[in-house]
Ligand binder design. Structure first.
Ligand SMILES: [Zn+2]
Length: 241
């Protein structure tokens, strides 16, 4: 039996700031935080964790970026997408002429929706998940056992049916988990971007035409949620930076 340790790195966000993203070619919200290095035994049992460095990444595309020198670093709980990007710029750069840039024109909104569609494609989802395969495989085995018992098969044929159920159930579990992640990511990304950039949901609905069903439904849900948001929503209970 092999004994091994593995190392992995994880970004933990601590603050919000604003800066220029060279990939987006625009001023954006930046996630600021620490990169932690973890050493684990057999990729599961934590042995050691330490702070390796600090970093800032574009909230829109994830590219490493540098905050503007005079940008305040706000506590992570100070701002949410529901507050809109202009509020973050006002809080981080209160005396600056640098402001957020909206996605307001039809081509801009179409490009944004297309990028969400690509980012949430089933092929981009992380299928390296243990539980869906485990539960799917277990379900397939049980179903295979029931089928074998109903058919009155002998031990050899029953074992073949059960093992087939294990494989089919495991793969099916992974595929369902990937589909679920794809649809959930689309729903969250469309709504968060509508709120963050203050996009008119009508424009998102138009841009979603011709896109996959998950994008069209996500646009419809975002439009519904925006139109039913409480007009009395306020930020009186916001924590201070
Ligand atoms: Zn970016």
């Amino acid at each position: 039996m092999f004994l091994y340790v593995s190392t992995s790195r994880q970004f933990v966000q601590r603050n919000w700031a604003v800066g220029h993203c060279r990939r987006c070619v625009r001023s954006e919200a930046l996630r600021v935080g620490e990169i932690l290095k973890s050493v684990k035994f057999h990729s599961a049992i934590p042995l050691h964790r330490s702070k390796e460095s600090e970093g800032a990444f574009c909230d829109h595309c994830g590219t490493p970026s540098v905050p503007y020198p005079d940008s305040y670093h706000l506590d992570i709980g100070y701002w949410t997408y529901a507050d809109g990007l202009p509020a973050l710029f006002e809080a981080c750069l209160p005396d600056s002429e640098i402001t957020s840039q909206p996605y307001s024109t039809e081509p801009e909104v179409r490009r944004l929706v297309l990028s969400i569609s690509r980012a949430t494609s089933f092929l981009r989802m992380d299928l390296n998940q243990g539980f869906p395969a485990l539960f799917g495989g277990a379900g397939g085995m049980i179903l295979g056992g029931v089928i074998a018992a109903c058919l009155g098969e002998g031990p050899t044929a029953a074992a073949l049916i059960v093992s087939t159920g294990l494989v089919v159930g495991g793969v099916g579990g992974l595929l369902l988990a990937g589909l679920r992640s794809s649809w959930r990511s689309a729903r969250e990304l469309v709504f968060n971007n509508v709120m963050k950039y203050g996009i008119d949901p009508v424009h998102v609905l138009d841009a979603a035409e011709g896109q996959p069903r998950r994008i069209r439904l996500a646009a419809q849900q975002a439009a519904y949620l925006v139109s039913h948001r409480s007009p009395t929503h306020n930020d009186d209970d916001k924590p201070t930076a």
